[in-house]
Design a protein around this ligand. Structure first.
Ligand SMILES: [Mg+2]
Length: 272
């Protein structure tokens, strides 16, 4: 998409938001979108300008939500904003503004430990040799290898673990230098976005900003909501980097941005 048409689209959006802020939803991924990708997830920092933009958006808009693969409480701690809604673990849990506890999706019942149980079967020594770290996200276990040597052995190991996880009844999902082992529960960012928006019939227009494969589910959900006239319009924003250029996000998006800096600018511009 050309800079000109992106500019026009943003102008339209900011006009729309200005006229009817209550009918507008801002939905935003966290890593690689609000905050720059870092080698280890615990090192992440949200730029202050993004925090400020989100804070204003949460105050003004009908809905302001962070839809993330991180646990909801962790995402809130990292932004420091309790006025925002957090759909954590790809929608498996929901943390409403001001609430203390994230509510797990009822579908998760009985599957809370599935990913952990599978992790316990993996060869820890081998993982160390290959430079693979596991991250405990509650019902989801993430295997990260950012910063490790991308050898054929590593790729093969990851591929095998993915296929073993599937055999064990999990839902393995690949992302940017990460393999997530999720319980076999039919919830993803798309399901989460659909639930959030259909629960708020006043919302007429929504924007989703994301940078990774899991965000395509949310793009698809927005398309579905528009097609079924549950939403008047939707804007899908892809945050692209060298890593994400081949993920298929760009061709599905209405707007392309180059990184979290531009995401913060967009949120400010459309009324955050
Ligand atoms: Mg992301």
């Amino acid at each position: 998409m050309s800079e000109d048409s992106t500019d026009r689209r943003l102008e339209e959006l900011s006009r729309e938001v200005l006229e009817r802020p209550d009918e507008f939803a801002l939905l935003c991924d966290f890593d690689g979108t609000l905050a720059p990708i870092v080698e280890r997830p615990e090192q992440v920092e949200v730029p202050p300008i993004a925090v400020e933009a989100l804070a204003v958006a949460a105050e003004r808009l009908g809905l302001c939500a962070v839809v993330t693969g991180r646990p909801a409480l962790e995402a809130r701690r990292l932004t420091g904003l309790d006025t925002v809604l957090y759909a954590g673990n790809h929608g498996l849990e929901l943390l409403e503004p001001g609430e203390e506890v994230a509510i797990p999706d009822p579908l998760l019942a009985g599957h809370e430990d599935d990913a952990h149980d599978f992790l316990a079967t993996l060869d820890v020594e081998k993982m160390e040799i290959l430079g693979i770290r596991s991250e405990d996200k509650g019902p989801i276990v993430a295997l990260h290898w950012r910063g490790s040597e991308p050898t054929e052995e590593l790729n093969e190991w990851i591929e095998r673990v993915g296929s073993d996880a599937r055999t064990a009844g999990l839902q393995p999902r690949s992302g940017r230098m990460v393999l997530e082992l999720r319980p076999d529960v039919a919830v993803d960012k798309g399901v989460a976005v659909t639930a959030l928006l259909t629960a708020r019939p006043v919302i007429e227009s929504a924007i989703f900003i994301g940078d990774d494969l899991t965000d395509l589910d949310a793009f698809e959900a927005l398309d579905g909501l528009v097609a079924s006239q549950k939403l008047g319009s939707a804007t899908k924003v892809a945050v692209l980097s060298g890593e994400t250029s081949d993920l298929g996000l760009a061709e599905r998006a209405d707007i392309e941005l180059s990184g979290p800096g531009e995401v913060a600018d967009l949120i400010v511009r459309i009324g955050g």
